[in-house]
Design a protein. Sequence first.
Length: 197
Amino acid sequence: MKNFQSLFAVLVLLAAAKIGAAQGVAANTGGLYSTLNDFVNHKLTYPIDCNQSANKLKLNELFESSTGYVIYRGEKHAFDKSKVYGYRSCKNKNYRFYKNSAYQIIDTAGFYIYYQYMQEEKVKGKGLVKTDEYFFSTNGNGPVLLLTADNLKSAFPDNSRFHYALDAQFKSDKDLLSYDGYQKTYKIKYLYSQSLK
């Protein structure tokens, strides 16, 4: 009986080590998501090992170029941003391409919320100002819109419970991304899910 327990303990430790190793490799892997379905299923096209400098994902973000490339197993593979869904960075962040721009996907429950660090000219002639901007889409392939109460109401025109919750809970558009630590979700996501009941 002791031999069986020892064998069982060794097998459990080996399985845990194998799972840990597999998660470690996945944590340091970047690459392209060809489709929304690939993103949902965590399936990377041209997965690159971020620990190897020979592997590379280049987005050509200057002037919002429509192309990029991946160096995978020593070969360069070009891609058109309008023909792939997005990518996973070596920092384990997922992005979606929309109109040649990359938007970081920060939440997918109910509807998608995105983040983008932008530079814009706020006052003419005063130079560029860097801002954090948040966006949303009603689903993974929908148009990416600025996250405002008015845009949310337009995107969900038949959900009056959600409209009333937006008016009651948020004083400004900046408040839309408040996080509820108790529910472990964005408040807007909680209100949206409650409005569907």
